[in-house]
Design a protein around this ligand. Structure first.
Ligand code: APR
Length: 228
């Protein structure tokens, strides 16, 4: 089976009711990223940061995978699919995708502030001051904040280098190092882009499907039949 790699972003989950970041009405229109998604914000105003992620976790609690997530999961019948997502939701997993690498962390998970190896899955959507790890330190969202390293990128690069098909869905490619991944694909490999607006991606092998994920993934499946 051909190796098909999906690089997804917030647009993938938009039709599941989860906000994107840079669209009209996106999260970064409502919040100042430096106030809710950085280590400085965490030390300056822990309560606000916890509230920001509790609110997003609550929305995730009510969200379901959309037909885009489900269509991508079904591609596993015909391709060896690896998903590299910037999303912190687990909707790809809920839809049935089996190989999902989260570059920016996972909303349902929290971790110790003194030992980053201590990671826990929350069984509800609320993390509060005083919720401690087994070593007694405050738990924080298991999210990569602005200014923090993206350890998963080292795992992601060889996956993209190995790809025989790359699919980019629902990302503005505005944030590095995630956006850099598209440059690791081998020369001549087809790159499908599914997005209602054109992200900044310059390559001669781009097939642009100007649709939302729900519709775009169905068109993608038809296009993939022609090259599989
Ligand atoms: N289907 C497909 N694409 C969509 C849809 C949809 N229904 N709705 C919006 N989009 C597209 C937008 O056109 C845009 O290109 O999804 C993209 C969303 O871009 P961003 O909001 O910038 O989200 P993303 O690229 O995932 O942001 C990357 O930035 O703030 C950080 O950590 C955060 O992981 C995030 C990273």
């Amino acid at each position: 089976m051909k190796k098909l790699v999906v690089l997804s972003g917030a647009g993938m989950s938009q039709e599941s009711g989860l906000k994107t970041f840079r669209d009209m009405g996106g999260l970064w229109e409502q919040y100042d990223v430096t106030e809710v998604a950085s280590p400085e914000a965490w030390s300056r105003n822990t309560e606000l940061v916890l509230r920001f992620y509790n609110e997003r976790r609550k929305h995730l609690w009510e969200a379901k995978p959309n037909s885009g997530h489900i269509g991508i999961a079904k591609l596993e019948n015909d391709f060896d699919v690896s998903i590299i997502t910037q999303n912190v939701d687990d909707l790809h997993e809920q839809a049935g995708s089996s190989k999902v690498l989260h570059l920016h962390g996972e909303l349902r998970k929290v971790r110790s502030t003194i030992d980053p190896e201590l990671i826990y899955t929350l069984d509800n959507w609320d993390l509060k001051i005083g919720d401690l790890c087994e070593k007694g330190s405050q738990l924080r969202p298991h999210i990569v904040w602005f200014g923090e390293a993206v350890p998963a990128i080292q795992q992601a690069i060889p996956i993209v280098q190995d790809a025989e098909i790359l699919v980019v869905i629902g990302t503005s490619l505005a944030v590095y190092p995630a956006a850099e991944l598209v440059n690791y694909v081998r020369k001549g490999i087809p790159i499908f882009v599914v997005d209602p607006s054109k992200p900044s991606l310059y390559s001669e092998n781009v097939i642009f499907i100007q649709e939302k994920a729900g519709t775009g993934v169905q068109i993608l499946k038809e296009e993939l039949k022609k090259i599989n």
